[in-house]
Design a protein around this ligand. Structure first.
Ligand SMILES: C[S@@+](CC[C@H](N)C(=O)[O-])C[C@H]1O[C@@H](n2cnc3c(N)ncnc32)[C@H](O)[C@@H]1O
Length: 196
């Protein structure tokens, strides 16, 4: 989907994603000492806003005007940027992040890999790459999310892009999804890696 498709999707509803942060963001990052953070493909900013509330100095980037405008209305603490993450670069002088979050961004491998490799370079020593997305096994064994295997995440494919970082976590995790027919389980890839 391109920026226009995403914008249409956002405009079709008052709020596309939840107000609460992703459960793994809250669980894994909630107790960490805040620093500077970057949320790539932030959407309406549920994670960036929550992290800013925890004291992080957040920059949030998404190519949907509508999503970023909604985020801006909710928080003036976050620095909001409308841009395509495939080509966006942080400004000189603001390249060192203590945290880079990539949540539910699903691009083809030839777009995702260079993005992640560039984002690794934006981490300061000790900084964390935090990635969560729909796992490829979710199609068969989980619920929701895109149904195209070529854009779903596969740990064996992604972890090598983080070469040189300490891998803190790389696992398929279960996330409860509450729907009209009760609670079902979605399968996500969760990867956390620290720059040494
Ligand atoms: C499923 S949403 C996830 C939003 C947010 N990370 C979250 O977890 O709530 C995917 C987001 O990726 C954004 N996106 C997709 N491709 C992008 C690109 N090339 N550059 C910037 N944003 C992109 C979309 O606009 C959308 O907001």
């Amino acid at each position: 989907m391109d920026a226009i498709d995403w914008d249409d999707r956002y405009r079709a509803t008052d709020r596309l994603w939840s107000v609460e942060p992703n459960v793994f963001v809250a669980d894994r990052l909630g107790s960490q000492r805040p620093g500077s953070g970057l949320d790539l493909a932030s959407g309406e900013g549920r994670n960036a806003i929550w992290l800013a509330d925890q004291g992080w100095a957040m920059t949030a980037v998404d190519f949907s005007d509508t999503a970023i405008e909604r985020g801006r209305r909710h928080s003036e603490e976050v620095q909001w940027v409308v841009a395509d993450v495939r080509t966006w670069e942080p400004a000189e002088g603001s390249r060192g992040f203590d945290l880079v979050v990539v949540a539910y961004l699903h691009l083809l491998t030839d777009e995702m890999e260079p993005l992640i490799r560039r984002a690794v370079d934006w981490l300061v020593p000790g900084g964390e790459m935090f990635m969560v997305g729909h796992d490829r096994t979710n199609i068969e064994h989980g619920v929701g999310g895109p149904q195209y295997p070529e854009i779903l995440w596969d740990l064996a494919e992604i972890v090598p892009w983080l070469a040189g970082l300490d891998i803190l976590e790389a696992e398929v995790v279960e996330r409860d999804v509450v729907g009209e027919d009760g609670t079902r389980v979605a399968l996500d890839s969760l990867i956390r890696a620290r720059r040494v």
